[in-house]
Design a protein around this ligand. Sequence first.
Ligand code: IMP
Length: 194
Amino acid sequence: MEIIFATSNQNKVNEVNEILSNTGITIFSLSDIGYTDEIEETGKTLEENSEIKASTLFKERAVNVFSEDTGLEVDALNGAPGVYTARYGGPEKNADQNMNKLLTALQDKDTRKARFRTSICLILNEKIHFFEGVLNGSISHDKLGSGGFGYDPIFVPEGYDKTLGQLDAAIKSKISHRARAVEKLVAFLRSQKI
Ligand code: IMP
């Protein structure tokens, strides 16, 4: 089946394509369908933001569509940056600025436990569905590795001693928050026998 993935983030497209390989599901990103408008993420939760992106596309193009929103929740910061993860370090949404601010905020904290949480919103045949994926871990003391994107160089998944920036893309695509949410999406799509 073919479905729109309402994102213009090529890193997310690449990761989801890798997770979907051999599933028979083909995704088209916003740039694939020539959609260039900026969709403002004004929601107060990840779920609201994922719904805003999917429902904007559904209203404008009447297509089956899913979207995702991801946040990093840090225990010592009471769950921040959460829904503000992308612009934590400033409106430029710059990964280095974001990571630097987080490393500084955690300098004198006792716990560095954190989790990535992904909310996927699917609009299929005019009905709305949500799927969630979580990856537990901790924030490292330094930026390590250049793989992945965003906060990957400072996030060490539970059970590993390397950051997502150091681990193989193939490992991330098996264990990540996004992979877990996409697996639930795929299981659902298959159960619909589309
Ligand atoms: P959004 O889901 O595009 O709003 O992204 C929220 C923020 O989380 C951005 O700063 C992303 O770079 C970051 N982010 C999203 N997914 C990941 C990931 O898999 N690894 C590291 N950072 C991520």
